[in-house]
Every structure is written in structure tokens, then in C-alpha cells.
Design a protein around this ligand. Structure first.
Ligand SMILES: [Zn+2]
Ligand SMILES: [Zn+2]
Length: 105
């Protein structure tokens, strides 16, 4: 008998179990990104091509959380999926996120 192969874990699927969510529905959830410390929306399905209607829905949900937490006009969408290109997600970044996250504590 061979040992079971270690299954490659997707960080975003994994994060779904450990992160505190600001918002959740059947399509997506919104939480703070552990890496960046800004709100992000994550599709509930593993894949990088959600239907356009769901993309709009997700960006709208992320937008309302970002407005609450970062202030109206205090942030912008970042849809570049640098770390995890195969699972749809988007960040709402405020101009100071980099300093807050990586600057002096
Ligand atoms: Zn992030
Ligand atoms: Zn995933």
C-alpha cells in the first residue's frame, strides 16, 4: 500500500475555514486578506473565470465593505491575482496599505 498523495491545498479555499468574514452569501465571502490586511472578496468556487454577473456582484459586495472600513473613495479595486492566480479574488486597497502592512510597526 502506498501512502496517500498530499493534496495541494488552495490558500483561498483553505482561508474559507479560518478567516472571520464581514460578509457571506452563496457566491462569495468578504474578509481581511491575511497577507495584505485589506478587505478582499473571494469567490466561493475554486476557479478563475466566474461569470461576469458574479464578478459584478462580488465587486459590489467588496465595495460596500471597503466603504465601511476604509471610507468612501478611500480605496480602489485591485483585481490582479498575484499570489493565487487560479482562484478568483479581488482586493480593495487604500493608499496606505503597503506602509501599514510592511512599514514600521
Ligand atoms: Zn492580499
Ligand atoms: Zn481555491
Amino acid at each position: 500500500m502506498t501512502a496517500p498523495e498530499p493534496t495541494p491545498e488552495c490558500e483561498l479555499c483553505e482561508a474559507a475555514k479560518i478567516t472571520e468574514w464581514f460578509y457571506e452569501d452563496d457566491t462569495c465571502w468578504v474578509a481581511d486578506c491575511e497577507v495584505c490586511d485589506v478587505p478582499m472578496v473571494v469567490w466561493k468556487f475554486h476557479g478563475n473565470e466566474p461569470p461576469e454577473s458574479e464578478v459584478e456582484h462580488m465587486l459590489a459586495r467588496l465595495g460596500s465593505v471597503a466603504d465601511d472600513r476604509l471610507g468612501l473613495d478611500g480605496w480602489s479595486f485591485d483585481r490582479v491575482m498575484r499570489q493565487i492566480p487560479d482562484h478568483f479574488h479581488a482586493h480593495a486597497r487604500d493608499p496606505n496599505w503597503w506602509f501599514r502592512r510592511f512599514g514600521r510597526k
